[in-house]
Design a protein around this ligand. Structure first.
Ligand SMILES: [Ca+2]
Ligand SMILES: [Ca+2]
Ligand SMILES: [Ca+2]
Ligand SMILES: [Ca+2]
Length: 336
């Protein structure tokens, strides 16, 4: 987005004139130019960091968030082996560490804290066993087999953070040919795609049918009532997560979308939850919770067991913490 059309032109011509060496299977890859920040280890196309200081799972997630990251998700055995090797290099041991997996909101529904779907797993034999009925957080390097186990979230363990490269933008999929044509168009049309010295892609971005564009993300209201974790799984099945909300403008727009979609202002799940650690609220899409719109006296953790965030609560249509197993409509969000 910050690239000028001039840079695009030069760059895409370079790519083209260098024998297309940046192409692979017909696609244009930026990742060759991407470097992880100091102290982070590049594995596949993401940056990982081992945090040796033992913390609870939720504090470890907050610590990752403070570095613009999340607790690590793992998507295949190669990544897992690389993470194990990184821990061994950093600490000269292979002890247990938190990954981002959790089933705190709903037993046996495992979610990654960075909002990605959990397809690959490496559970130890007999795990996850939910020992004592209360193990909801995922530790790696467990037992002699160094596999995955569910553990009590309030245990203190080292942890592994992951972050994406700073800009994971859709131009990864654009070919250099398109960049060349496009930047020449931009240059020859008086740079009309520039605004305040920056180059904006978003004018060309459209949400899929059935999704509503709010700021630079796409939202969707799901009227079917579900538990919080099933609502998150339903969003994941559409390449989305339960919605995070980052300012009042977004919240008002989401409320208007629900009104338009259902002719009501009833409660709906958002992606907020403090199921792993009381009063540590996290968004299921992995973004940090900075903006909140709690109702007066909420979140009150009624009965000691309200850990999921409903919107449009009470006459003030604000946020409340509710039992995660209640069935509510929900709001999904996805990036372009
Ligand atoms: Ca569990
Ligand atoms: Ca266990
Ligand atoms: Ca709670
Ligand atoms: Ca409440």
């Amino acid at each position: 987005m910050k690239l000028s059309a001039v840079f695009l032109l030069v760059f895409s011509m370079m790519a083209l004139t260098s024998g297309l060496r940046y192409f692979h299977h017909g696609r244009f890859y930026w990742r060759h130019f991407r470097i992880c920040p100091h102290g982070w280890t590049k594995i596949n196309s993401r940056c990982f960091r081992y945090v040796a200081t033992p913390m609870t799972w939720a504090n470890a997630e907050k610590n990752c968030l403070s570095m613009g990251a999340n607790l690590a998700s793992v998507h295949n055995l190669y990544e897992y082996r690389q993470i194990q090797a990184m821990i061994h290099r950093r600490s000269c041991n292979s002890r247990e560490a938190w990954l981002g997996g959790t089933d705190a909101q709903q037993e046996r529904t495992w979610l990654w804290s960075d909002g990605s779907p959990m397809r690959y797993t490496n559970w130890c034999r007999g795990e996850p066993n939910n020992a004592g009925g209360s193990q909801h957080c995922l530790q790696m390097n467990f037992s002699g087999a160094k596999c995955w186990d569910d553990l009590w979230c309030n245990h203190n363990l080292p942890s592994v953070c992951v972050k994406r490269f700073r800009r994971r933008i859709s131009i990864m999929k654009l070919s250099a040919v398109f960049l060349l044509v496009f930047s020449m168009m931009a240059l020859t049309s008086g740079l009309r795609y520039f605004h305040h010295g920056r180059f904006y892609w978003r004018h060309f971005r459209i949400c899929p049918h059935g999704w509503t564009k709010i700021n630079s993300r796409c939202f969707r209201y799901v009227a079917t009532p579900m538990t919080w974790a099933n609502a998150e799984k339903n969003c994941l099945s559409m390449g989305a997560n339960l919605a995070s909300v980052h300012n009042l403008y977004e919240y008002r727009r989401i409320q208007a979308m629900i009104r338009a979609g259902s002719c009501s202002c009833r409660e709906a799940w958002l992606g907020g939850s403090d199921a792993q650690q009381e009063r540590t609220w996290l968004w299921s899409d992995g973004s940090p919770m900075r903006y909140t719109n709690w109702c007066r006296g909420e979140p009150n953790n009624a009965g000691g067991s309200q850990h999921c965030l409903q919107m449009n609560w009470s006459g003030a249509k604000c946020w409340d913490d509710l039992w995660c197993n209640h069935n509510l409509p929900s709001v999904c969000v996805k990036r372009f």
